[in-house]
Design a protein. Structure first.
Lengths: 517, 145
């Protein structure tokens, strides 16, 4: 089967690239896909991002930040109080040796992180800083810190209300805790809300978890190889993803799962090297971040623009409040569901506060954003929509240029990292989407296959469409998940508080034992 | 006081040699109890896909069942048939660390293992489980060649 695919792809690519006419036609296909896609998703995107009347502030951004703030206050700053305990749990200090061989806290965290650490951290941050200026970073960090409480809430519930099947496998996530939790509290509408969440989760999986990844992976590859039609990248990606999720070729997924963490470490390592080499500019960069956070430094939309971009990208990157992590974390085997909540709160910290900030600092320090020497403010591009950059780059190309300014060969490493991150995120989101799909249509083989094929088709569409409509739809679909999830979390959070109080008192009394010496 | 001897099994010839040696040793000690242990190599710090995690509990049960029926139960039976008091344990973890921990937990006074037969690059760098056990065990270790 593989040799057939390879032959077909090679022939297709050769045919398209060899003939200018065919290449034009192929570009035509991309444009058509783009146009149809934008017209279909437009109304949905507009609804999610509609601003408060009389302002340009999207209500959805406020929705996420208010929720994260409420959870932070409601649980008494759980992200700081239990931070040390979360680290101890990940280290396995509280893991019963008799349970060895089950999914560990570390494994659940790493799996959830491989779904979130990816293009959001590389391309998403570049979009935020490119539009909102360095000040967006400040709001991104703040949203990351507050988001830790949202993650804690949803992941605790994810484990508490997951389904365990007779064959020993598990399924969990918002759709399960919404329906079961509402029933437990005697509230109506749980089932309907769970269904609505599942629909949005499927759209999110196809958008941010798929099309955005394919799109940016293509941008990265074509940036190095030269421009060629996106659908070719799409078909190659779709073929590999198909081989893994339908063909069950685990070796590809296994290799990716092992290589991706090292790519993450390499990325942070390279960022640190750039920061160390330019240590004299770190103070200035933070100065830009703080000044930009409150004044905007001439950015379109001023400081509100910076704030919106920062919050938006943070939410898109760490997915706190979205509910996706609750699906990934629910596989852990623990007698105390809340322990998984503690572990999950590390996710926004690693993803947003550490990795996203690194990207932002490198972009600012590399001076890819053009400053007007007369005013000290950033100059806008011709359209006035974003900050002008040295080579007119945006998204992943901006990050690539920023790293390339200090380490000339790093864009090549970044290209590999982007492709692998995109791939691992797709694998994770195919699972989240699948769990929602099976929640709606049952856990049969044919229903699973249907979703998996749809998922692969969207990879091709995502790679062929241009960034604008894809990023809008991706954000809209993922935020739509957060609308339902957070609404339900407000009702369910008292269940988590009960768990927290009980666990905290038992931890203090020594009833919860530490196994590590 | 009962003397408890732990035998580290590996499902191969080396484990068999350890078993034979343990029988010989135990026959010379009055009231000696034998514990056969098989550790399934596993680390809590690996990277897995969501699907693998969802199926992990089932896989673990299957692994334990397999190790019990194929390796530990036959070993325990052969010890009991030879007239010894014997029991068996299967657990996941780092082989050297887990074998030592289970020995201490069960009051074992020494561990008998077979010499690792596999060589190779990783063994040269990280050492074999047997080497690690000898270096870090809390009780005397006998390595059967």
């Amino acid at each position: 089967m593989h040799s057939n695919i390879k032959f077909w792809l090679t022939s297709a690519a050769a045919t398209v690239l060899a003939s200018p006419l065919a290449a034009q036609e192929a570009m035509g296909i991309d444009e058509k896909v783009n146009k149809i896609f934008a017209s279909i998703t437009g109304p949905f995107v507009s609804l999610i991002f509609s601003p408060f009347p009389g302002t340009n502030f999207p209500w959805i951004v406020m929705w996420l930040v208010i929720a994260a703030t409420i959870f932070t206050l409601y649980f008494g700053f759980v992200q700081f109080r239990f931070f040390k305990h979360a680290i101890q749990l990940v280290k396995g200090d509280y893991s019963d040796p008799n349970d060895a061989g089950e999914v560990s806290h570390f494994q659940a965290l790493a799996t959830a992180l491989s779904g979130t650490v990816g293009l959001g951290n590389i391309a998403g941050v570049a979009v935020a800083v490119g539009i909102g200026g360095p000040g967006a970073t400040f709001w991104m960090i703040l949203a990351g810190l507050l988001g830790m409480a949202s993650k804690f809430t949803e992941c605790t519930l994810g484990v508490k209300y997951r389904n365990e099947y007779p064959d020993g496998t598990v399924s969990g996530g918002p759709m399960y805790y919404i329906s079961k939790g509402f029933k437990e509290l005697g509230l109506p509408g749980g089932k309907i809300l769970a269904v609505v969440f599942s629909i949005f989760c499927i759209l999110g999986a196809l958008g941010g978890g798929n099309m955005f990844q394919a799109n940016q992976a293509h941008a990265q590859i074509s940036g190095i190889t030269g421009d060629y039609p996106g659908w070719i990248t799409g078909i190659i990606f779709a073929g590999v993803v198909f081989a893994v999720i339908v063909g069950g070729i685990k070796s590809i997924a296994n290799v990716t799962e092992k290589v991706v963490p090292f790519m993450g470490i390499l990325y942070v390592g390279a960022s640190l090297i750039i920061l160390i080499v330019n240590y004299n500019m770190i103070g200035w960069a933070f100065g830009q971040i703080f000044a930009g956070a409150f004044t905007g430094l001439g950015v379109a939309g001023g400081f509100v623009g910076a704030l919106i971009q920062g919050f938006k990208r943070a939410a898109f990157s760490n997915e706190a409040g979205v509910g996706s992590a609750a699906i990934a974390h629910s596989a852990v085997r623990t007698k105390e569901p809340i322990t998984e909540g503690f572990v999950s709160l590390l996710e926004p910290l690693i993803d947003t506060v550490v990795i996203c900030t690194m990207t932002a600092l490198v972009i600012v320090i590399s001076q890819q954003l053009i400053v007007d020497p007369a005013t000290g403010n950033y100059m806008l591009n011709e359209a006035g929509t974003a900050i002008a950059t040295v080579d007119g780059n945006s998204g992943v190309a901006l990050t690539s240029a920023a790293f390339g300014a200090s380490i000339s060969w790093f864009p090549y490493v970044l290209a590999i990292a982007v492709v692998l991150f995109a791939f691992s995120t797709m694998i994770s989101w195919s699972y989240y989407g699948l769990k929602s799909w099976t929640y709606l249509f049952g856990e049969s083989k044919s229903s699973e296959l249907t979703f998996k094929i749809i998922f692969c088709v969207f990879i091709v569409i995502g790679a062929a469409a241009s960034l604008g409509p894809v990023i809008d739809f991706s954000d809209a679909a993922i935020f739509a998940m957060a609308v339902v999830n957070i609404f339900c979390l407000y009702f369910l959070m008292k269940l988590v508080r009960k768990e927290l109080a009980s666990y905290a008192s038992r931890l203090e009394s020594g009833e919860i034992k530490k196994f590590a010496k | 006081m009962t003397v408890k001897i732990v035998i580290g099994l590996d499902g191969e010839d080396t484990g068999e040699r350890a078993l034979t040696f343990a029988k010989d040793l135990a026959s010379r000690i009055k009231g000696c109890e034998l514990i056969a242990i098989y550790v399934i190599e596993w680390s809590p710090f690996t990277f897995q896909t969501p699907e693998e995690n969802a199926r992990r509990h089932k896989r673990r049960e299957e692994e334990i069942e397999l190790a019990m029926t194929r390796i530990v139960t036959p070993a325990v039976k052969s010890l009991q048939d030879a007239g010894f008091i014997a029991s068996g344990i299967v657990r996941h973890g780092d082989v050297a660390e887990t074998l030592n921990a289970l020995t201490v937990e069960n009051g074992g006074s020494q561990i008998i293992v077979g010499r690792a037969s596999s060589g190779g690059f990783s063994t040269r760098i990280f050492g074999s489980s047997t080497q690690n056990l000898v270096m870090n065990a809390d009780v005397p270790v006998t390595v059967v060649g």
